[in-house]
Design a protein around this ligand. Sequence first.
Ligand SMILES: [Zn+2]
Length: 241
Amino acid sequence: MLVHGSNAAVVDPGDAVPVLAYLQQHGLSLRAILATHHHNDHIGGINVLLQHYSVPVYTPKPAPQNPVFDFAYSAVKDHDEIVLPELETTLRVLDVPGHTAVHVAYYGGNSLFCGDTLFGCGCGRIFDGSCEQLYHSLQKLEQLPDHTLVYCGHEYTLDNIDFALSVDPHNQALLERQKNSRELIAQHLPTLPSTMGLEKATNPFLRCHMPALRSATHMDRDVAVFCALREMKNHFNHDVK
Ligand SMILES: [Zn+2]
């Protein structure tokens, strides 16, 4: 959720209940809803939120093979700017396909809302996009400043670090991140947002050019390293991450 004064916008409300509770507890008015892609754990709460708040919904147009939305929305695409006057914020839309064939991220105010494209120390699984698309999308996000706050769609950081250490075992920044993330989780705190700088130092999917990752995958082209890592990750954690 983005909050400015008594106004808020929410990204990827998979469930309306915690969003409504937070708005009520903090005396906030919802001004906009933004979605990164069509998966239900990112849009499942939108219809209920619209029963309480008559606000614009921004989302990319679903791909032809995906279900159409059952709510009114404004379709967004690469380079669009979403002006949220009550929040005194403008968000830029970035096309970042790969997890799904159509997927966007929202960037503004030093914050990146990237849905299931980039995770803390990992990346999304390939559904109806391709690993080449996801590789190029992560390359695009990597261009953002190191101090960019990275708000991912899920808290998968600790599991992702386990995989990252299996392919990049001597990375000191990664070992340190594991220690810090374990401490946060033990205190029931999120590991997110992270920063783009931390992701570049620790996330194997942004480090395909490094010798350790080439060696772990027996590949030499960055995109081939990336696709091999994504495939290895599918077999490392058996749940959908
Ligand atoms: Zn998803």
